[in-house]
Write a protein that binds this ligand. Structure first.
Ligand code: NAP
Length: 290
């Protein structure tokens, strides 16, 4: 199976390439090789490679910057997705696209289902929601909503915590926003399983790690794991603060836990993010000087 992968240098893209193995012929393109907003370039690469599936791991993910950069965020997260979906439709091939928990307003008290109403509170969330709707226009379109992604690659909360933890004695972390951390490798594996399953049902799926926490609790897990399993010198003093005490340009959902039963029923279980933290942290610590 020939798979066109976009955004290959991002967290998901790199984890996908690592796991694709010999079973798939992956054309892994980063932004330099294929800017997904370049309609002609997308057309050319698809004509030349003639893929059997497209996996879109490219996205505008700078959540706060998007607030003042709507056009670029929309071009990447929606307009380019529409074009990829339409190319996939023409070839009648699966189009796997990734979205976010930020499509929800965060006012729920129970885990969000795929059918729950979307009400994004940020430009990032709004452009991702618009992209979801475009991706789902493709007859073999699959949209996977995920949350709080971390990995050994790129920028993420785990890396930020480990870096700040060696620089500061104390850290204040938001304790009233809840979600499910997700290892990008588990997300990549879910996509590979979808590709390997004949006639995997198109549609919208939630895919996130198995246990919900606040950012403060996530930070506690990160430092405890680093201290127990790797050569991390000490744990900074952590204090829990409110969202109001940590204002950001983009609003975040207070609660964005997603129900993953639909994906589970399709044979893909949520990943054990704490176990994955134990594997990822030693890799990150090779880069972060402690
Ligand atoms: N990270 C999270 O916590 C999180 C949470 C929920 C959902 N998601 C979603 O999960 C997916 C994967 O996220 P991720 O964490 O892997 O993101 P990431 O690490 O930021 O990777 C995104 C990649 O897309 C590339 N890209 C941006 N614009 C592009 C363009 N015009 N053409 C081609 N490539 C382009 C970026 O390249 P540059 O570096 O050059 O810009 C980057 O390599 C995204 O759809 C994201 O919205 C992420």
């Amino acid at each position: 199976m020939r798979v066109l992968l976009t955004g290959a240098e991002g967290q998901l893209g790199r984890c996908f390439s690592d796991r694709a193995g010999d079973l798939l012929e992956v054309l892994a393109t980063d932004r330099k090789q294929l800017d997904i907003t370049d309609i002609d370039a997308v057309q050319k690469i698809i004509n030349d490679f003639n893929p059997d599936a497209i996996v879109n791991a490219a996205a505008y993910t700078a959540v706060d910057k998007a607030e003042s950069d709507y056009d670029a965020a929309y071009a990447i997260n929606c307009h380019a997705v529409k074009n990829l979906a339409s190319q996939a439709s023409k070839l009648n091939i699966p189009f796997i696209h990734v979205s976010t928990d930020y499509v929800f307003n965060g006012e729920s008290k129970i885990a969000y289902n795929e059918s729950d109403e979307c009400d994004p509170k940020s430009v990032y969330g709004a452009t991702k929601r618009a992209g979801e709707l475009e991706a789902l226009q493709s007859p073999k379109g699959i949209v996977i909503r995920t949350s709080w992604v971390f990995s050994e690659y790129g920028n993420n909360f785990v890396k930020t915590m480990l870096r700040l933890g060696v620089q500061r004695d104390a850290l204040s972390i938001v304790g009233d926003q809840y979600g499910c951390p997700t290892y990008a490798g588990d997300l990549a594996q879910a996509i590979l399983t979808m590709l390997a399953t004949p006639n995997f049902m198109p549609g919208l799926y939630h895919c996130s790690g198995d246990e919900s926490v606040s950012w403060y609790q996530f930070a506690q897990s990160i430092f405890n794991t680093a201290h127990a399993s790797a050569s991390y010198p000490r744990i900074p003093v952590l204090s829990s603060i409110t969202t109001d005490e940590y204002p950001t340009p983009a609003a975040r959902p207070r609660y964005s836990v997603m129900n993953t039963n639909k994906l589970n029923a399709a044979g893909i279980a949520p990943g054990d993010w704490k176990k994955q933290l134990e594997r990822v942290i030693p890799k990150i610590l090779k880069e972060v000087s402690v």
